[in-house]
Design a protein. Structure first.
Length: 254
């Protein structure tokens, strides 16, 4: 009997330690194929959103753990409790607001078109009608291509990089994707070019589970603070420099 009691106590202590350890961590869900906001460098996920999330977790008194997954699975993971918040260049659409709560916007983006450098047929979004257009699954680009433009043959890919490969190989004729990832894709692929046409702007925000006001308020305070104290501009300059020389920022230096 004594042995059983000691075993129960030991298991309880182990469970308590496990919960305590878990409570020290906050999980950020993302799709690390969206530079400069989130991408892999070696085995590490880095980028603008990661550094902002590190600052959020520090202010919240937690250690950040980055969970990389497909973009179209992020909201389901948040709802199930597998992650605590989403920082993934996610646009705060009305449809998504039905399932999550969003922070204040932290970045204003726009949708952009990528075509082959030799393409002379696409000068605006209206020229995409009748063409095969690639998008990243679950993104605003996919939503815009499927619901806002008639006459497109839309093909969805797991990442914008996959879509770029399909474009280079001739499987699609254009890509609709967010501006900064589009710039990065074109920078790395000289066979591709951007189409200068401002046709849709969107606001990125951080998503939390519906009703998690404590975390949401903390995130908003951090966003407000880094915008006010100059940290936000430092991150913009580091991850989105005009000369293309991206620098990874450690929060120890902020």
């Amino acid at each position: 009997m004594k042995k059983i009691i000691m075993t129960v106590i030991a298991l309880a202590a182990l469970f308590s330690f496990s919960c305590s350890k878990s409570n020290d961590v906050i999980k950020m869900g993302t799709n690390a194929a969206f530079p400069p906001f989130e991408y892999t460098l070696g085995t590490e996920v880095v980028g603008f959103d990661v550094t902002v999330s590190q600052l959020i977790s520090r202010d919240y008194g937690k250690k950040l753990k980055v969970v990389d997954m497909n973009f179209d699975g992020l909201i389901a993971a948040l709802q199930s409790g597998s992650i605590d918040f989403i920082a993934a260049g996610m646009t705060a659409t009305e449809e998504r607001r039905k399932n999550v709560d969003f922070s204040e916007p932290y970045y204003l983006s726009k949708q952009t078109i990528i075509v082959k450098a030799s393409d002379k047929t696409v000068a605006s979004v209206n020229d995409l009608k009748g063409k095969v257009v690639g998008v990243q699954a679950g993104t605003t680009g996919e939503l815009f291509a499927t619901e806002e433009i008639e006459g497109l043959n839309v093909k969805s890919f797991k990442t914008g990089i996959d879509a770029a490969l399909a474009l280079k190989n001739g499987a699609i004729e254009a890509i609709i994707i967010d501006e900064l990832p589009a710039q990065e894709i074109v920078r790395r692929n000289v066979e591709l070019k951007l189409v200068d046409d401002d046709f849709y702007t969107d606001e990125y925000a951080i998503a939390v589970k519906k009703g998690n006001t404590e975390l949401l308020n903390s995130i908003n305070k951090t966003i407000e603070k880094i915008k006010a104290d100059g940290t936000y501009q430092k991150l913009i300059d580091a991850y989105m420099p005009l000369d293309g020389d991206v620098k990874i920022v450690s929060i120890e230096d902020l």
